[in-house]
Write a protein that binds this ligand. Structure first.
Ligand code: DP6
Length: 397
């Protein structure tokens, strides 16, 4: 009998950003946050977890084929310990369950996108780890309960345990029991929502999110103003999502991204995640919105940036041909764009669009390296044994 489970988990990109911890050990945030889960058909982490009596060398884990150490007291260790504890509790209740909690684990995880692309690989990776262990241990806990464990692996990972539109409620309890993720709306509620990721740099970022946000908490006076305005933004964006009001969703998403980068600049020493290309993409989207608004009374797109220079542009499906054409025209990519939605690059720019906002002479080829076109997606999926990442010997295939 092989005791094993394989699961995949999605990437999520926040519209209302998590930036700051009130408890760094339990990973409790200074504010609630809200994200859109992206489609695992395009971006995902896959994790296989196996428990076996023949594994004698402790728990072992491989990430993209490379073994990583599981440091005692570290984030991975904590997630494994908590889930094993829940399994033990089930075994204590039901003597017929196999004693998996006592067995060592082998865990293999794989991202189908470059870890260093600045995409949220820690979020999908930790969520896939939690989903695969919950499968292996046949845990009865709900996704929200599991999200409390994923949160301790990486804050943003708790939101990857759900599909659709997801809130991470900051919670009030000191033990973190009420700091968890929950679904605000399913993907089916607003399936037209799509995302275009503009990969600006593959380079590893200078300041990690973990270190950067603590410097902000310690030094930024502007963060206090941010903490004052975020609760209303959370209410307003939830209402916008429920009403499928893209204009309100877009205004809040762009304002929150800009405020997040403002508190980064307000940190001492300042943290710069955006670069010239990122700012030029902001200029492009703002001008597309201005022209589209003048013509139709609605916004075309919303940009948001995490702790790196890549842009994520959210828009309803109907607007994507215009956005893809505009990005392609002003930021010609170095790599071919295998668009799963095949929107093409021929759409016209909105009437009245002013090219004056774009750098004279345009951007050199490769300033935007590649594009990833995806859409709102579902939560973690359980895969069959044929998808296992581990060979019969318990080593990654
Ligand atoms: C800018 O979840 O990576 O992407 O909890 O320290 O692991 P840790 O940080 P992490 O921070 C993500 C920050 C962000 C905003 C967001 O996803 O909400």
């Amino acid at each position: 009998m092989v005791y094993e489970a394989t699961a995949t988990a999605p990437v999520n990109i926040a519209c209302i950003k998590y930036w700051g911890k009130r408890d760094t050990k339990l990973i409790l945030p200074t504010n609630s946050s809200l994200s859109v889960t992206l489609d695992q058909d395009h971006l995902r982490s896959t994790t296989t977890s196996r428990a076996d009596a023949s594994f004698e060398d402790g728990d072992r884990l491989w990430l993209n084929g490379k073994e990583e150490s599981i440091k005692e007291g570290g984030r991975l260790w904590t997630c494994i310990k908590e889930l094993r504890g829940w399994r033990k509790a089930e075994e204590d209740k039901n003597a017929e369950l196999p004693k998996l909690a006592a067995l060592n684990l082998r865990i293999a995880s794989y991202n189908n996108f470059p870890t260093a692309a600045g995409l949220a690989s820690s979020a999908s990776g930790l969520a896939a780890l939690v989903a695969s262990l919950a499968g292996l241990y046949e845990l009865p806990q709900s996704p929200s309960e599991l999200s409390r464990i994923a949160r301790q692996g990486s804050g943003s990972a708790c939101r990857s345990l759900f599909g659709g539109f997801v809130a991470w409620r900051e919670g009030k309890e000191a033990d973190g029991s009420d700091s968890l993720a929950e679904e605000v709306a399913s993907r089916e509620h607003w399936p037209e929502m799509q995302a275009l990721i503009c990969v600006v740099s593959d380079a590893k970022k200078g300041t990690s999110s973990t270190a950067g946000m603590q410097h902000t908490v310690e030094t930024s006076p502007l963060l206090q103003e941010r903490l004052r305005v975020v609760p209303k933004r959370m209410d307003d964006i939830s209402a916008a999502i429920k009403a499928r009001d893209f204009d309100a969703f877009a205004r809040l998403t762009m304002a929150d991204s800009n405020q997040f980068h403002a508190v980064c600049l307000d940190t001492a020493p300042p943290i710069f995640y955006l670069n010239d290309v990122s700012r030029a993409i902001i200029g492009l989207v703002e001008e597309l919105n201005r022209a589209h608004l003048a013509k139709t009374g609605h916004l075309l797109a919303a940009y948001t940036f995490d702790a790196g220079p890549n842009a994520v542009i959210y828009a309803p499906e109907a607007n994507m041909p215009t956005i893809v054409a505009a990005v392609n025209r002003f930021f010609p990519q170095a790599e071919a764009f295998p668009d799963p939605f095949k929107v093409g690059t021929a759409a016209a720019l909105p009437e009245g669009f002013s090219e004056g906002v774009i750098r004279i002479g345009g951007w050199e080829k490769g300033a935007v390296k590649s594009l990833i076109h995806t859409r709102v997606g579902d939560g973690p999926r359980r895969l069959g044994p044929e998808e296992s990442l581990l060979g019969p010997d318990g080593i990654p295939k």
